[in-house]
Design a protein around this ligand. Structure first.
Ligand SMILES: [Zn+2]
Length: 613
């Protein structure tokens, strides 16, 4: 324990620092570039693999105790970055959620994939115009009359300002740009793209989109061509425009790499090594790094580098996929697209329908009933024979799945939990506290998933089992069971292992300390909150699950007091208990890893995790 006096001094100095911020004269804020390298693991960044990011971390601030928000998925973490709130408030619980209505642009699905501009529009419309129900930093910045742009991967790019669909205010360029499903370009942006000989439509991913199948390896190409276009638009059109306007700006650049490549890579079909550490995945990390280097160079050439903060993060880490189970009801069945004995896509929906002895309907394929030897198209499932009143809904996502019980029936929850507790692929069960307490499980409240969200709250979130291939550093060779169409040996994320929660984070610029390694925990919600602070935004919070301003990264900012905790559930009758390793700064929570002891990489049930790794 620290001496009490020392601690009191720390608290006092932190308080004084905040007073000083509040009284600072209202000079215009510096610009911010938020660069997101999708799916980049913290420990993959070094001078060889990602020299630009390594330089930002070395010269600026390295946030080595960083955290993705669980479920460790893209749109969920985009919502945290965009609002400064945790997922219990944003309601973006995963890439695929149950919306409780049939989403027109998702073919009438009630379980849409949110990485889609049209789907985000429909979901916004249904939920009072803004499904997040919190104001995003990009909207707050443009409301001040500053310049805003969001460029890159379809889905998270629009989430930063999803209520602005005209293209007239925030510049929005993503995969759908130039198509009827995209956000339009303003005449000014169109003219300037043409002036530098850039097309008005984003190129496709081309060969990078090839996921392969059970007998064909996936891609061996990083997403170079498409991201060249996004980087060119950012550096040759958007930044010069912002320079001319001579106003503060916030530019979000969301690099699909390394995520899309690590998912689809064809280096490791059906084998666990090299998994996501093969040459294609490394090329994808380098591709993201090259894009950051181009943006940094453009800032320098435009004379903006000294007045711009660069914040680099990734939405989540990554793991290699396993499709192994000894317990699932599905592994004895032959599926045409799955190796014998492997888990098919949608195995949770199949196992739960089997256990509840109810029909399984496919919300993504006309609500047809799934017969023997078949699985649902996107892994999602409505359980019970009535599409308007399902007894349970599975939203399949990858390294974790969400289960909804629309009628709130605790007996259904109990039967589902009992089933999940028998499955070797599960590691960690979290239940809506409104359904009661169940031995072996913790609550969604324990992991900050119960807040002010206006989308349907899941009844149960489950993380899948993870292990490592013994490479010397478990988070660099983690393998996880995943509910996915991809094959064993390809890549996925979403679990509560440290491999998936440990994202890359670093920043550099006029508002940050130099050559500072921050041992305090940080999350993507904190980055949203820190950007709001730096740009002097007045966040109007609805929910209380907010991140913190990372004040220790600012000049004269004091280190906060950090505590570590381990939550352990009551044991289930078979002895399984859900455990959470977490850290706290004041009331702000950081979740390192969670699951059943022995089934999650990075999870300790006995030793407190160190505050620095
Ligand atoms: Zn992602």
């Amino acid at each position: 324990m620290r001496p009490l006096l020392f601690l009191a001094t720390k608290i006092l100095s932190t308080t004084l620092a905040f007073v000083a911020f509040a009284q600072a004269p209202a000079a215009p804020p510096h610009n911010i570039v938020l660069f997101v390298a999708d799916g980049l693991r913290f420990r993959m960044v070094d001078d060889r693999a990602a020299p630009t990011m390594a330089a930002v971390a070395r010269e600026g601030v390295s946030l080595r105790n960083s955290h993705s928000l669980f479920p460790t998925f893209t749109t969920a973490n985009a919502s945290g970055l965009a609002t400064g709130h945790m997922l219990g408030d944003t309601g973006d619980f995963s890439n695929t959620i149950y919306t409780g209505f049939e989403v027109p642009s998702a073919g009438g699905s009630q379980t849409p994939f949110l990485e889609n501009d049209a789907v985000l529009g429909d979901v916004n419309e249904h939920f009072s115009g803004n499904y997040l129900d919190e104001t995003t930093i990009l909207k707050l910045v443009r409301d001040k009359g500053y310049s805003t742009a969001s460029i890159g991967k379809l889905g998270p790019t629009l989430i930063f300002d999803s209520t602005e669909r005209s293209g007239a205010q925030t510049i929005l360029i993503d995969d759908a740009t130039g198509t009827p499903k995209g956000i339009p370009l303003s005449p000014e942006v169109s003219q300037r793209l043409q002036a530098v000989n850039l097309p008005l439509a984003a190129p496709s991913r081309g060969a990078n989109a090839a996921a392969g199948n059970v007998s064909t390896p996936g891609t061996i190409s990083a997403n170079v061509v498409q991201q060249d276009y996004f980087a060119a638009a950012a550096t040759r059109v958007v930044l010069p425009m912002f320079k001319e306007r001579n106003k503060p700006f916030l530019l979000v650049f969301w690099s699909r790499d390394p995520d899309g490549t690590q998912h689809n890579q064809g280096d490791s079909l059906n084998v666990l090594v090299p998994g996501i550490n093969g040459p294609t995945s490394l090329a994808a990390i380098r591709n993201a790094d090259d894009d950051l280097a181009r943006i940094r160079s453009a800032l320098s050439e435009l004379g903006l580098l000294d007045s711009t903060n660069i914040i680099v993060t990734s939405d989540h880490g990554f793991s290699t996929i396993s499709k192994q189970s000894q317990t699932s009801s599905t592994v004895a069945t032959r599926f045409s697209d799955t190796l014998p004995g492997h888990l098919p896509f949608g195995f949770v929906a199949l196992d739960l329908a089997h256990a509840l002895n109810l029909p399984l309907m496919d919300p993504d394929d006309g609500y047809k009933t799934i017969g023997e030897g078949k699985h649902t198209k996107n892994g999602n499932g409505l359980i019970g024979g009535d599409r308007n009143n399902p007894r349970a809904v599975v939203a399949a996502n990858g390294g974790s799945d969400l289960i909804y019980i629309p009628d709130g029936d605790a007996a259904t929850a109990k039967r589902i939990i009992d089933t999940l507790l028998t499955q070797d692929y599960v590691s960690g069960i979290f239940v809506d506290s409104r359904l009661g307490k169940f031995p072996g499980t913790l609550s969604l409240d324990d992991i900050a998933l119960e807040g002010a969200a206006i989308t349907p709250r899941p009844a149960i979130a489950i993380s899948f089992r993870s292990f490592d291939t013994v490479c010397g550093e478990p988070v660099l060779c983690t393998v996880e069971v995943a509910d996915t169409a991809l094959q064993q040996g390809q890549g996925m994320h979403g679990s509560f292992s440290r491999a998936d929660t440990w994202n890359f984070m670093a920043m550099q610029g006029p508002d940050f300390k130099s050559q500072f390694v921050d041992p305090a925990p940080a999350s993507n919600a904190d980055l949203g909150r820190t950007i709001a602070h730096l740009m002097q935004l007045d966040a109007q919070d609805k929910g209380n699950l907010v991140g913190r301003v990372l004040s220790e990264t600012l000049p004269n900012g004091a280190m906060p007091a950090v505590t570590s905790r381990v939550l352990v559930s009551d044991p289930a009758p078979n002895g399984l208990a859900t455990v959470v390793n977490m850290q706290m700064v004041g009331g702000t929570r950081y979740f390192d890893a969670a699951g059943f002891p022995g089934r999650t990489v990075g999870l300790s049930s006995t030793v407190l995790p160190a505050t620095t790794q």
